[in-house]
Design a protein. Sequence first.
Length: 117
Amino acid sequence: VQLVESGGGLVQPGGSLRLSCAASGFTFSSYDMRWYRQAPGKERELVASITGTGGSANIADSVKGRFTISRDNAKNTVFLQMNSLKGEDTAVYFCNAHRRHDGMDYWGKGTLVTVSS
């Protein structure tokens, strides 16, 4: 099983980034996919989630209106589009796969997003 995040980096305030998470080794469409983030000295925070079919998504209030989650089950990939980035969005962003009926979880290693001028 692998979850590999990409797309992080340094961006100026107001800018955009698109994170990707490529999954392998499990039945991707059977898992809800989630993006979490963890800023220095803070707890890990759920940012966005999307169901296995992609039919339903939830976005944290802290990023609502700026972030969008989507998935491509044909490519076993989940995305996080981040717009109007702010300094407080600086964090390591983690991809998570969650299977509801038994609570199975897989995690990626994270990708660093730094929002700074």
